[in-house]
Design a protein around this ligand. Structure first.
Ligand code: FES
Length: 105
């Protein structure tokens, strides 16, 4: 699936992600700046925070309680905030666009 990350300054990075990995892993593997992922995907750091494009919210689903709790620690949380390590790559999300926050904490 193709995923596009848009940095706070507008710089776009479109990467190819394999099914089964997470959106966070796709970013880290492709050296997309702005995703720190300090905890390595354990939903314990909130430094993989992204804003899911409005058209994609149905497909990515919603955050579970643990993710919601961790999002409280993220910077500038919005309605469409997610932790990218909790979004699995599937064919369904091919073309996904996420915006990156100004900073991760
Ligand atoms: Fe730490 Fe996602 S990588 S919460």
């Amino acid at each position: 699936a193709k995923i596009t990350f848009i940095e706070h300054d507008g710089t776009k990075h479109t990467v190819e992600a394999e099914n089964g990995m997470t959106v966070m892993e796709a970013a880290v593997k492709n050296s997309v700046p702005g995703i720190d992922a300090d905890c390595g995907g354990a939903c314990a750091c909130a430094t993989c925070h992204v804003y899911v494009g409005k058209d994609w919210l149905d497909k990515t689903g919603t955050a579970e309680q643990m993710e919601e709790d961790m999002l409280d620690f993220a910077f500038d949380v919005r309605d469409n905030s997610r932790l990218s390590c909790q979004i699995k790559v599937t064919d369904e999300i091919d073309g996904l666009v996420v915006d990156l926050p100004e900073k991760q904490f």
